[in-house]
Design a protein around this ligand. Structure first.
Ligand code: THU
Length: 160
């Protein structure tokens, strides 16, 4: 028997420590939470993607009475970015969320598994590391690539 220990690296920043561009991106993600459609969960998530050419696009979670038909903020944003700008790598994705009391979360919002998988594919299709910024009032997590969010991931290379 062997034991495998995986290490992931996360930098934790105070919001005020972020560079201007990252702070603006986090602000876009926070603003996007106000455009969510969440009549069922009352949990508002916003995401903002900065593309290689500097374009910023944002999105929010959109729910549906048929629950699985709704979509998370991260996937709404990445699919929109990729459908509008298919030749631009996503350089950084910022995510923020507000709870049912309308307050931003204290702890960084953890993306769901499906969104992590889509982030992985977005990173892979451009062959560029995609940084992730997860906003929380008590700290912003920075991950240098999606691997930090999804170790032992399944990708197209596994099928070869
Ligand atoms: N949600 C997101 O938009 N992103 C996440 O990372 C976690 C969950 C949404 C889905 C649903 O609209 C609501 O939050 C509650 O799960």
């Amino acid at each position: 028997m062997k034991e495998l220990t995986l290490q992931i690296d996360i930098h934790v920043f105070d919001y005020s420590e972020l560079c201007d561009a990252d702070r603006r991106l986090v602000d876009e993600a926070k603003q996007a939470t106000y455009r969510s459609y969440v009549p069922y969960s009352h949990f508002s998530v916003g995401a903002a993607a900065r593309l290689a050419d500097g374009t910023v696009v944002s999105g929010s979670n959109q729910e549906n009475a048929a629950y699985p038909s709704g979509l998370c903020a991260e996937r709404t944003t990445l699919f929109y970015a990729n459908s509008q700008h298919p030749d631009q790598a996503v350089e950084t994705l910022a995510v923020a969320a507000r709870n049912e009391r309308g307050e931003f979360l204290d702890e960084p919002i953890p993306p769901c598994g499906d969104c992590r998988q889509v982030m992985l594919e977005t990173e892979a299709r451009f062959g560029n590391a995609m940084r992730i910024l997860l906003y929380g009032k008590q700290g912003v997590y920075e991950m240098k690539n999606v691997g930090a969010l999804l170790p032992l991931s399944f990708g197209s290379e596994a099928m070869k």
